[in-house]
Ligand binder design. Sequence first.
Ligand SMILES: Nc1nc2c(c(=O)[nH]1)N[C@H]1C(S)=C(S)[C@@H](COP(=O)(O)OP(=O)(O)OC[C@H]3O[C@@H](n4cnc5c(=O)[nH]c(N)nc54)[C@H](O)[C@@H]3O)O[C@H]1N2
Ligand SMILES: Nc1nc2c(c(=O)[nH]1)N[C@H]1C(S)=C(S)[C@@H](COP(=O)(O)OP(=O)(O)OC[C@H]3O[C@@H](n4cnc5c(=O)[nH]c(N)nc54)[C@H](O)[C@@H]3O)O[C@H]1N2
Ligand code: SF4
Ligand SMILES: [Mo]
Length: 751
Amino acid sequence: MSSRRSFIKISALGIGGIAAAGGLSRLATGAVSGNASTEKIDSPEQNLHRTPTYCEICFWQCAGWVYKDESGNIKKIVGNDDDQHCNGRFCPRGTGGVGQYYDEDRLKTPLIRTTTDGKETFREASWDEALDYIAHRMQEIAAKHGPECIALFTHGSGGSHFGHMLKAFGSASITAPSFAQCRGPREVGFLTTFGDIIYSPERIDIRDTRCMVLIGSHLGENMHNGQVQEMSDAIDRGATIITVDPRFSTAASKSKYWLPIKPATDLALLLSWIHVLIENEWYDKAYVAKNTVGFEQLREHVRPFTPEWAYGITTIDPNVIVETAREMRNASPSVIINPGRHVTWYGDDTQRMRAVAILAALLGAWGRRGGYYQPEKLHLPSYPVPPFPVPRRQPTEAYGGKYPLANEVVSNGLCDATIPTVERSCSYKAWIVNGTNLLAAIPNQANTLKAIEALELLVVVDTMPVELTGYADVVLPECTYLERYDMLRNSNHRLPNLALRMPAVQPKYDSKPAEWIARELAAKLGLEAWFPWKNIEEMLDWQLKQMGTSLEEMQRLGVKNFPRENDDLYFNENEEAVFNTNSGKIELYSSDMENEGFAPLPVYTAHEEPPEGYYRLNYGRAPMHTFSRTANNPNLTDLMDENVLWVNPKVARLWGLKTGQMVKLKNQDGKQSTFAIKVRVTERIRWDSVYMVHGFGHNNPKLTRAFGRGVNDTELITRVHIDPVMGGTGMRGNFVTFITEFEPNGKEAEA
Ligand SMILES: Nc1nc2c(c(=O)[nH]1)N[C@H]1C(S)=C(S)[C@@H](COP(=O)(O)OP(=O)(O)OC[C@H]3O[C@@H](n4cnc5c(=O)[nH]c(N)nc54)[C@H](O)[C@@H]3O)O[C@H]1N2
Ligand SMILES: Nc1nc2c(c(=O)[nH]1)N[C@H]1C(S)=C(S)[C@@H](COP(=O)(O)OP(=O)(O)OC[C@H]3O[C@@H](n4cnc5c(=O)[nH]c(N)nc54)[C@H](O)[C@@H]3O)O[C@H]1N2
Ligand code: SF4
Ligand SMILES: [Mo]
């Protein structure tokens, strides 16, 4: 990009070096104040000490123990036996998490964008200088446009610290890609039906289920740790797994039924299942009569959606549709229609998730053992601070009138509202981005770059030099989760629980914990009143004492489970259940949807098909990587160091493609992949699609292991189908074709 904010490779450091004062002395007195409570463990191998943490390699946040030897080298990380998220076992990524700490490509010091000899570059700066610079720019922007013109994009633990700082500054514009690029449609689909969301970890009772339906939810590759364990036990106990996936996923290989559905047609299958349950009177009549509204309208609505109708759309045999519906009914109410997690697919995703919720309701599974349990979490008081100033503008005003049922802030909505238009009086002027590589997370990169181009200030807090850091005005190196405290993990689960993360080791280089960064920046902004604690230990200890425990106890235990306040893991059959919907009942017919002008009962709409010679771009997870964040991790690149392109043999024959051959890809809008990808010819993908794991194809050369390895799916997702209900970015309506002849950095010849 040739613009003011051109991409800077972090290797290209200018002169300048570390400005002496402040930074280094602060390092010595930073937030990490010793490991006094480190426990010494008798170990057959050597004298190891352990400290508690919860994992940051993915949002599942498993609690575990970090073991170090006497010289302070981290030897291993293992799960905490008392933790409900992991039951004492980490997944391969969590085990390899220590690679993030040892990665020599890490960001090492704050960086400030500067121009030297007419060229943009970064110069190293002290923390004091970098935070002064940010505070000064924030104050300038606030004076000119108001503090609400500053937004925070965040994913992961640091969000609460920076969010706290930004709220104190006067902005409520805080957003994460885990809503509008991920689970948003599911939360809204369930909220409008049951009056409650699914939460994370998901409230699904796999432990006791008799039947689980996975709709494009590839557990096993998608490593929802505790769930993968429960699913494996459920299979051993004879539970039926039904997997609906155009790809023969790992979960499909463990399933009694694999339904290789034509992509983008799931809503037709769901409506047909609903039809079969109702027409055959296979639904839970007592439960439906007692708990739901809108059954008669639903019955009328689904009458035409026969299995034969669905067959024509989905390619799934009508007998299989009936048979799988019977399996669900036989298991009812101990049946789970897995709501999935990354569900922003085709733009009608809330409608699809409503159909999932309706199916669960008809089977009487909500609030029942083996279905969906009622999670509980602690009411953990926050350390007392003054009330936050009331922002003059709410983030929802940024996308005024759009996405009325979004129950969280829509990241792409804030991104769009950063691009100036004549209608909007004030666009966002500054972004603080923490722990999210927006150029990999939000589709339509050109749009994101346009927004970035319009910013007066972009601050990026990360551990690694990624795509986004290259566009920053200031880069702040956070230390890894192994080197810091964070807020307590307080999760919704079968038992309320708390988990502690504390530093196992001192931060490497000149990196700092998010809490320290946010507090120091707040001090420079005159917001000390909102950070009254001496250090984070004091704040955590105060919170823990309110719960009858203490920092000292949690340093020994790592995790503490508490008794439930209410004995209501499942519904009490003798009591009336009250739902937090407009009617107080489960709304098969949704009044919220109707009130906002959306179809109150899910409607199937056909989606665009790939043009001739193009294939639908499908993507997903690999068990040993998380998004783009682990692609350079030395332990995990040992296991998998690039993504490959799954191609059906029929397509391979047509194009003369062989396993191992390198191809580049071009999408329907002419967007070409930066790098090439290795073909893998396999029957496990349908002929109308190709598949790759998300998170590869990094273009920042500073990532020495990840640079140029594989293809970045995000750069090929230029067409986005926005869900009008909640703003989710449907990403699976993109089509690619192969470029078989190309020069590594030259002009391509098309096949
Ligand atoms: N094309 C495509 N887009 C997707 C998806 C997809 O499958 N395909 N998946 C979507 C989904 S489900 C989600 S949830 C989002 C995920 O979106 P993100 O969470 O943004 O995913 P990552 O690409 O891993 O970016 C994480 C960034 O955080 C940094 N990081 C890691 N640990 C730390 C830390 O401790 N502190 C700080 N400050 N930074 C850290 C990493 O270096 C990396 O730059 O992406 C969504 N976007
Ligand atoms: N190892 C690992 N685990 C992770 C993550 C990670 O990065 N790595 N990320 C975590 C996060 S934040 C999330 S949101 C989850 C995401 O995990 P999931 O919720 O499971 O979501 P996806 O990644 O979208 O699932 C991809 C699957 O959907 C299938 N699919 C594609 N199109 C269709 C379709 O039209 N219909 C149907 N029925 N199926 C389709 C694909 O073939 C593939 O098997 O994973 C979580 N777990
Ligand atoms: S599932 Fe794996 S990567 Fe995610 S938090 Fe747990 S151990 Fe870490
Ligand atoms: Mo996600």
